[in-house]
Design a protein around this ligand. Sequence first.
Ligand code: KMH
Ligand code: ZN
Length: 270
Amino acid sequence: MSVIITVAPTGPIATKQDNPMLPTQPDEIADQVAEAYAGGASVAHLHLRDRDDRPTADLDIAARTVELIRERCPILVQLSTGVGLTVPFEERERLVELRPEMATLNPCSMSFGEGEFRNPPAGVRRLAARMRELGVKPELEIYDTGHLDACLRLRDEGLLAEPLQFSIVLGVRGGMAATAENLMTMVRRLPAGAAWQVIAVGRANLELTAIGLALGGNCRAGLEDTLYLRKGELAPGSAPLVARAAALARDLDLAVADVHGARRQLQLPH
Ligand code: KMH
Ligand code: ZN
């Protein structure tokens, strides 16, 4: 088994004012994804922005971004159906119609910082069913212990196929705090055979990414999760964060998966 590194170049909230290197337009995102691919990322987790840099689920913008990425490198594409807190669920769920290799599935509604992240149960079921129909692999985003239980219920209802793939999200205000203890609790509770990665948001990004790798998980790196390389030093893009994650893995004697290895491990069709 080798470590799958997912690059997350653009999130739902940060702006270029927070970090001028944040890519927001399709060509900027594609360029940074290609750099991250060269540094060891095999999956690209994507949020899109409109011309005014607001989060969007616009299918043309998404398709254009994916096309530009495919021109540059063969990285696996994972579209975020989380999109952004202001975009209605009914728009967000349409993104899977582009049939990316993967897409996120956020199983529950929650507070998210000062905003609300709406994932109504009927919508989540509909989206899970549609992803299964289209052959889009869900990345299950769990921000709390109850979110894992919700995913297991979806599995039991036949809406999710095994092996399940989880992101354990730590550090969002409204979800679990970014602590090693919370990570351990979640890892212990995962069903046998599940793939998982840590998404550590904010200051604890480096530390919890390292702990996740040491525990046998995959990892995610990029400006979506932290805007800084270290305290007071803005990251000049996602590639340096990916390079750091790859170095951490190698220092732990773990191989970094290429796209073929990632496909195999996640049991995606070839
Ligand atoms: N922004 C992260 C806290 C998604 O895009 O669907 C979680 C995330 C979820 O990446
Ligand atoms: Zn995301």
